[in-house]
Write a protein that binds this ligand. Structure first.
Ligand SMILES: Nc1ncnc2c1ncn2[C@@H]1O[C@H](COP(=O)(O)OP(=O)(O)OP(=O)(O)O)[C@@H](O)[C@H]1O
Length: 162
């Protein structure tokens, strides 16, 4: 009954959502996408999204992922940890589940290029997360979205699961 959980952690513009969507279409089983962005999208206009106003949002995400997995759903989590606290909250909630934590890395110069090109992120966001996003996180696998295409990254993850 328990679902599997794949966690993608990386700075903004590292390609987490793109990779998650590719995984969803390539994996033989159905996986739901649980994205931190979707949680921030729940906030009202006029109240800035982010941990300053919503300090328990990432804990809420962790508990939501647990609820999905224990009701039999496979889940891909698209998240930016930015500190060990969030990583520990998620891994504590999911300690009894089949969990794979994946580092989504990309050089800062490329992140900044993507950030500028996409135009829907505040300039400097990737840089502000770059130094801390992987601090004290233990990974099962490292994926580099600069060296590899999205398809290659997804295949690497799928191969590791068989
Ligand atoms: N492997 C890749 N090679 C080249 N460009 C990529 C790759 N993966 C993603 N991109 C591009 O980078 C941009 C950001 O991708 P995406 O939205 O998936 O990143 P993200 O990590 O989810 O960002 P955020 O945390 O801000 O939501 C998009 O324009 C996407 O097309």
């Amino acid at each position: 009954m328990k679902g599997n959980v794949i966690v993608l952690n990386g700075a903004s513009s590292s390609g987490k959502t793109t990779l998650a969507r590719q995984l969803q279409s390539k994996l033989s089983e159905v996986y739901l996408l649980c994205s931190l962005d979707a949680f921030w999208d729940m906030t009202p206009y006029g109240v800035s999204a982010g941990s300053k106003n919503f300090p328990n949002m990432k804990l809420a995400l962790a508990k939501s992922v647990k609820a999905l997995a224990e009701t039999g759903h496979n889940v891909i989590v698209d998240i930016v940890f930015c500190g060990q606290k969030t990583y520990l909250e998620l891994t504590n909630e999911l300690e009894l589940f089949n969990l794979k934590v994946i580092k989504v890395e990309c050089p800062l110069v490329e992140l900044e290029k993507r950030e500028l090109a996409r135009g829907d992120r505040k300039l400097g966001l990737a840089k502000s997360q770059y130094e801390s996003v992987h601090n004290e996180v233990l990974y099962d696998m490292i994926i580099n979205t600069h060296i590899n295409s999205t398809e290659q990254c997804a295949q690497k993850i799928i191969d590791s699961m068989s």
